[in-house]
Ligand binder design. Sequence first.
Ligand SMILES: NC(=O)c1ccc[n+]([C@@H]2O[C@H](COP(=O)([O-])OP(=O)(O)OC[C@H]3O[C@@H](n4cnc5c(N)ncnc54)[C@H](OP(=O)(O)O)[C@@H]3O)[C@@H](O)[C@H]2O)c1
Length: 304
Amino acid sequence: MRMLVTGVSGQVGGALAARLPPSATVLAADRNVLDLATPQTIAGILDRLSPDIIFNPAAYTAVDKAEDEPDLAMRINAEAPGAMARWAAAHDVPLIHFSTDYVFDGSGERAWREDDAPHPLSVYGATKLAGENEIRGAGGTFLIVRTSWVYAAEGKNFLRTIARLARERTELRIVADQIGAPTSAALIGDVVAGMLLEGGEGLREYCAGAGGLVHLAASGETSWHGFASAIVGGLKARGVALAVERIVPIATEDYPTKARRPHNSRLDMTRLQTIFGITPLFWQIALAPELDRLARELAIAHRG
Ligand SMILES: NC(=O)c1ccc[n+]([C@@H]2O[C@H](COP(=O)([O-])OP(=O)(O)OC[C@H]3O[C@@H](n4cnc5c(N)ncnc54)[C@H](OP(=O)(O)O)[C@@H]3O)[C@@H](O)[C@H]2O)c1
């Protein structure tokens, strides 16, 4: 089976490509193979690659920068997935696409369900929502997987930023009033690749059973402050020398950013549990192997 994965230089794409079944031919597409900024080229490239299933974790993910580049973000996050979805529907190829908690406005305290009305606060969120709508409009067999607060031991993410700042500064000031579930790319890769292994041919039934949309994040919840505290505590426990002495909780207003972010990013995962029979790991459990990898990398860099 020919499995196309976009965004393989990214967190989720990399984790997913590494976890697909050994029997599959993995078509690992970076932007040199498939540039999502040129949606008009996508159908021709897919004709040539001829995948049997498409995973599309590639996205314009620079949330603040997207406020200044709405047209580019819209091409990559909405028009390109739309082109992919129309090709996939026409060729009866399942499309597994990734979306975000940022499609919601973050009001209220309860976890967001798949059928809650989205209302993005940012250009990034709006373009991701437009991508979901393009895919739904194309029909065919698809699954949109909404996730949240993605990180990995590698790449550009909150985990690595905190690890760097904690070595440089004695005090960190971290937002404590945005609540969500930090989700490792490895967890997403494990669950999505696992759907294939366990579902096999049943994947199409899963997609239909879920109505083409499912929430997938780590279990449990915390704030960015809670996440930062767990990172610092975990790195210290692994013997990483850190300068940081205090992690001060602050409000969103005290850390102004170009794009607005939801206060409540909790994702309800009842559908994942009932349709797919999957309960993801708690975020603290999924964090441990990433901290192990990062601590090893830092120890090697320190020795070197
Ligand atoms: N990161 C998060 O916190 C988060 C939270 C919720 C949902 N999500 C969603 O989860 C998915 C995976 O996110 P991630 O964290 O893995 O993202 P990521 O690490 O930022 O990776 C994004 C990937 O998209 C690729 N890409 C960007 N522009 C492209 C283009 N024009 N053509 C082809 N590829 C392009 C990047 O390639 P280059 O390396 O060449 O730039 C990179 O491989 C995305 O759909 C995202 O919206 C992410």
